[in-house]
Design a protein around this ligand. Structure first.
Ligand SMILES: Cc1cc2nc3c(=O)[nH]c(=O)nc-3n(C[C@H](O)[C@H](O)[C@H](O)COP(=O)(O)OP(=O)(O)OC[C@H]3O[C@@H](n4cnc5c(N)ncnc54)[C@H](O)[C@@H]3O)c2cc1C
Length: 279
């Protein structure tokens, strides 16, 4: 009979994982249950929702900490500086309010779906992933954490306890845009997050642009990020070049053809940067 475990502490959870490293972690369950379907009764699960240390979203002077049990709804209800708008906007696009009430931010990055909306916003925000394991706690950039389709850099016996984001400059603003086959309750064809910092003259002093659903793992656009420095709103459309998107590898699937994704991304990027500038 497969186990269903519900530890109350981090130590208990780590002890369970040490004994059975293949235990499937269950947070909000909005990915786990649909993925397992009828297999659910045959899979050993560890429900982490009883671990109080994983709760909550905390904003300090230096960073935002999103505990592994913090839901999309909790993130949306926080009063956060404009730099975090992309994350809150991404949260509003995750399924429906029911899904956002149960689904966690950390579950979204751990499922490592190319279409995970939250991962794109967090990548633009240079998020770090906090991981607990048998050797203690470690942190790694989200950019290194998601390694492939449904693959993350967790070692045996480890699980994610939180996501940390350093507070960007107070003047930084961000935006998230998602393209789907319809407006709501839809998996992304492509999505873009832009974090932009400007000086008093409206010239860009820092930029981070991330694109999702157009490669196995969401990508930043470093060449474009550099080229945007010193530009103003009127220069954005002319700044984008085809080579900026050369690192993407969009595929054709049930949601869209590869060519449609390729054509959509520059438009989404331009609009996301403009929206961040205007925010
Ligand atoms: C109807 C519907 C619509 C959806 N629409 C969208 C959408 O538009 N955009 C989108 O991005 N997603 C969407 N999703 C997917 C899902 O809701 C999100 O990815 C959500 O954030 C997952 O969080 P969760 O807590 O439910 O994760 P869970 O289902 O509990 O877990 C997801 C995965 O992460 C692992 N995991 C969870 N927590 C941890 C942890 N702390 N450490 C290690 N591994 C962990 C689990 O083992 C599992 O593999 C949708 C889902 C449904 C059912």
């Amino acid at each position: 009979m497969p186990a269903f475990l519900r530890p109350a502490t981090l130590q208990e959870a780590l002890a369970h994982l040490a004994q059975a490293p293949k235990l499937r972690i269950l947070a909000g369950g909005t990915d786990v249950y649909p993925t397992l379907g009828d297999e659910v009764a045959r899979v050993a699960l560890m429900d982490i929702t009883g671990i109080e240390a994983l709760q909550g979203v905390t904003l300090s002077d230096s960073s935002l900490r999103i505990g592994a049990l913090a839901t999309w709804t909790e993130v949306q209800r926080m009063e956060l500086p404009p730099a975090f708008a992309a994350l809150q906007q991404a949260g509003r696009e995750v399924g429906s309010p029911q899904v956002q009430n149960s689904g966690t931010v950390v579950g979204n990055i751990c499922n490592a779906s190319p279409a995970a909306d939250g991962t794109v916003a967090l990548l633009a925000l240079d998020a770090e992933v906090e991981i607990a394991g048998p050797q203690g706690t470690r942190e790694m950039p989200l950019a290194d954490f998601v390694t492939g389709v449904r693959q993350v850099a967790l070692q045996a016996g480890e699980f994610v306890t939180a996501v940390h984001i350093k507070r960007p400059d107070a003047a930084a603003k961000s935006a998230f845009l998602k393209l789907g086959a319809r407006r709501y309750l839809v998996i992304s064809i492509a999505m873009v997050a832009a974090l932009i910092e400007c000086d008093a003259q409206g010239k860009i002093t820092g930029a981070a642009i991330a694109v999702g659903a157009c490669s196995p793992v969401a990508q930043r656009l470093p060449a474009l990020e550099k080229r945007l420095i010193g530009l103003g709103k009127a220069d954005i459309a002319g700044a984008l070049r085809p080579e900026d998107f050369a690192g993407l590898a969009p595929i054709g699937d049930v949601r869209a053809e590869a060519a449609y994704r390729s054509a959509s991304v520059p438009v989404l990027v331009r609009r996301a940067i403009t929206r961040a500038l205007e925010a």
